[in-house]
Design a protein around this ligand. Structure first.
Ligand SMILES: O=C(O)CCC(=O)C(=O)O
Ligand SMILES: [Fe+2]
Length: 350
């Protein structure tokens, strides 16, 4: 087949999508409705389901999640309208290296361009965060969301959705805390005040050569918990421990939950962050949202004390969340030699 995409998008052969990979049959679907009663027995049972799902899959679907349909329909409508605008219009809210909020017409993972457009916003704006990834530099920059003029009310729809996704992410955190033998509200103080929770809207246009490119290259999220929403087009793939991929198809009415690097560290390695990627669609427009619950920029992310003991020695030093996040943003906008920073770079040698 003739190649119609720019060379910068073409993946090395070993990273290209494999259309023959199987669907993640059996990926758990967790029904959150028992949480409404607050019944401790029901909560423990759900926490066990979450533990089993995370230990085996690192990712699961949730249903009866509590995100109202009208809030979701409103952001979906705004997403199609915004990404359907001419490029010059979208570039009015363009992000830059220093200020990675707003719109970008492509992204990089490991030095290859992703077949993607992105609009990203913080839930707390303005927010003061590190100006660069240098560990010894304390310079900061204040970032503000960039509301586009068109469609009118776009950012309001984004924030309204974010508030609901945030509630869902906190429900998951409660279940994770219980699953680790901790009080349900153990993680709450990490998110008090102005934190770095953000939502990334990913838009994937039909691609003439989906077999050569990726929508979003393989990565882990920086977050504690990520709530992933997609339209009805497939594209998300998770990497198994054996290093192969499985397709995660959209399940109507559900959201997908996966863990990021902060939870890997807080849980002292008990839970892993999932490696995942998105393939580019051939004929249809796909979008996804990765709502990532993250702590304050100056918070030190370290293994929880209660999870460190003789049998489970401390496995990570730790990192300042803001610097870690900043470093990730640099690797996705600059052509750097090194690969993305990960929790394992902070691992204590055993
Ligand atoms: O498009 C997808 O399904 C995944 C996007 C993603 O992983 C991300 O934005 O972190
Ligand atoms: Fe992701």
């Amino acid at each position: 087949m003739a190649c119609e995409v720019e060379a910068a998008y073409i993946q090395p052969p070993e990273c290209r999508p494999d259309p023959t990979i199987p669907v993640a049959e059996g990926m758990p679907v967790i029904d959150l409705s028992p949480m409404d009663s607050g019944d401790p027995v029901a909560m423990e049972k759900l926490a066990e389901e979450v533990r089993d799902a995370l230990k085996e899959w690192c990712i699961f679907y949730v249903v009866n999640h509590g995100i109202p349909t009208d809030v979701r329909e409103n952001i979906d409508k705004n997403i199609y309208e915004f990404f359907g605008l001419p490029l010059e219009e979208k570039l009015k809210v363009q992000r830059t290296l220093e200020d990675p909020l707003g719109y970008v017409p492509t992204d990089l993972t490991w030095n290859t361009k992703d077949w993607i457009e992105i609009y990203e916003y913080f839930m707390h704006s303005p927010l003061e965060i590190p100006a660069n990834p240098e560990p010894d530099c304390s310079e900061t920059i204040t970032l503000k969301n960039k509301p586009p003029e068109n469609p009118q009310g776009f950012l309001d729809a984004c924030i309204a959705y974010g508030k609901e996704a945030e509630k869902l992410a906190h429900k998951i955190l409660e279940l994770i805390a219980l699953s680790l033998g901790l009080p349900a509200k153990r993680f709450v103080p990490f998110f008090e005040g102005k934190n770095m929770t953000f939502n990334r809207i990913n838009y994937y246009r039909p691609c003439p050569n989906p077999e050569l490119v990726l929508g979003k290259g393989c990565h882990t999220d920086t977050s504690s918990v990520t709530v992933v929403a997609t339209n009805d087009v497939s594209g998300l793939e998770i990497k198994t421990r054996e290093g192969t991929f499985l397709k995660v198809n959209p399940l109507p009415g559900s959201y997908i939950i996966n863990l990021g690097e902060a939870m890997n560290v807080w849980s002292n390695g008990y839970y892993e962050s999932s490696d995942h990627r998105a393939v580019a669609p051939k004929d249809r427009h796909r979008f996804s949202m990765a709502f990532s619950l993250g702590p304050a920029p100056d918070m030190m992310v370290e293994p929880l004390e209660e999870l460190i003991n003789e049998d489970h020695p401390r496995r990570f030093t730790g990192f300042k969340y803001g610097k870690f996040w900043r470093s990730r943003r640099h690797t996705s906008l600059l052509r750097l030699k090194e690969q993305n920073i990960r929790a394992r770079h902070f691992k204590i040698r055993e």
